[in-house]
Design a protein around this ligand. Sequence first.
Ligand code: GN1
Ligand code: MG
Length: 332
Amino acid sequence: MELKKAQDIFQHYFPNGKIKVVQKITTGLINATFFLDSNKGKYILQKLNQNILKQPKEGLANIVKVKNWLSQHNFSYQFPAPLFDKYIEDGVDLWRLLKYVPNSISYDNITNTEQAFQAAKCLGAFYKSTDKFPTDELNDTIPNFHNGKIRIEEFKQALKNVNTKRIDYARDLINNVLDKQEVLHDFDSTVSQLPVRVVHYDTKINNFLFDKESNKVIALIDLDTIMPGSVLSDIGDMIRTYSNPMGEESNLYKSVKADEKIIDSLINGFCSEMKITANESSHLQKAGKAITFMQCVRFLTDYLNNDVYYTTSYAEQNLVRAKNQWYLFDSL
Ligand code: GN1
Ligand code: MG
């Protein structure tokens, strides 16, 4: 990104602001993210991906409501929401500025059980603080985000439309997914019996910032998907991403195996802060399987649709991701 563009946006926030450094941050598959250093301090600048975040105003309203609630309900972690509760429109794109969290580090993969415990403890604190939040005041900004039935329908639609060699490359996986589609119908019916809560919907490890020295979590980030939903979505996504030390990009499928100790540790971390219902507790393990399978279906669907959703850097990347998730699901 050019310095001039960043400077223009920045001056909407600080009329006398001067940017010294702009650096692209490459983690995250959806938004474009930049680190800024300026005469007004350090910030994160983000360009929203409006192809995916189709209701940015409603999304911002969710973030602001939850931020205000947390500040009154003993949430002891930082929650870097858009600065001044606003987005800037430049005619084409939507931008936002966030406070940079100093002394923080993010990890793309879990390397020990303690990290899983600490991140899940932060999530547990988030659930505890928002336990009484009126969830009907939240907008459903990405409708059907974790709706199993719809994910299967989208997959079947993609199968009908696909007109390339991709269907041949993916054939085995397609058959496996069709065989197991029940998993997602089961998930929907379980979720429909559970309490509606404030859900983060993207609880992978790099959305928790750790303090560089203490290695405790200090901030919860990436707030675009905050919506009403079930705890199974967040714990399921933690199990999916934390238990797989190879990460979702690896094509060493034989080595993709869920680590049980990490799963136990994250569930303990979450429960050290938040007391969920017995019914919710009894489905946590199963949630890991369901969300992993759902992510497999989502990557595979995008592969069949010629990569319209997830950013890719090589042709077979979404298929590799989908296979990786399949092996993880199988081991779970
Ligand atoms: C997307 O952009 P990122 O990496 O935070 C996606 C998640 C997926 C994840 C898979 C809004 O998140 O649901 O689990 O990729 N976010 C959206 O890596 O679709
Ligand atoms: Mg995200």
